[in-house]
Design a binder for this molecule. Structure first.
Ligand code: THU
Ligand code: ZN
Length: 140
């Protein structure tokens, strides 16, 4: 049996709004205190306004006061092990450590598991900007 978080991500597929790509994506994000927020992709006629499942899940969680996470599952209706796109990796990196497990659904009980750091090494972060600001202050 797949882990419960995989089931939650798969359930989220039911609400995907994908009239253009017909490619459903679901995400389930677990907070450090054990709550789960899910998201699905929501497409738009102008294409570029389409929301990705992972960013919808992050938005739901942050909107509800959560900024610490310990696990993410991503799935698609195709069960093809889809991974978060580059934009979603960066969105996740705002809140998650590089050791965040990112679990990608391959169907049945099969998953591919990565860390966020593997998917997005050397990312820009709040630390980057704070370090640059400190250097500017020191140089003044
Ligand atoms: N999609 C996501 O929801 N998450 C990703 O990170 C990859 C892409 C969606 C966007 C679009 O609705 C569909 O998958 C095809 O790109
Ligand atoms: Zn994305």
């Amino acid at each position: 049996m797949p882990e419960a978080l995989v089931e939650r991500a798969r359930e989220a597929l039911d609400n995907a709004y994908v009239p253009y790509s017909e490619y459903t994506v679901g995400a389930a994000l677990r907070t450090a205190d054990g709550e789960v927020y899910v998201g699905c992709n929501i497409e738009n006629a102008n294409y570029s306004n389409s929301l990705h499942a992972e960013e919808v899940a992050v938005a739901e969680a942050v909107k509800n006061g959560h900024t610490e996470f310990d696990r993410l599952v991503v799935t698609s209706g195709a069960r093809d092990g889809v991974t978060p796109c580059g934009m979603c990796r960066q969105t996740l990196a705002e809140f998650c450590d590089e050791d965040l497990p990112v679990v990608c659904d391959l169907g049945g009980d099969d998953v591919a598991e990565y860390t966020l750091g593997e998917l997005l090494p050397n990312t820009i972060s709040l630390d980057t900007l704070e370090a640059a600001a400190a250097k500017r202050d020191a140089d003044e």
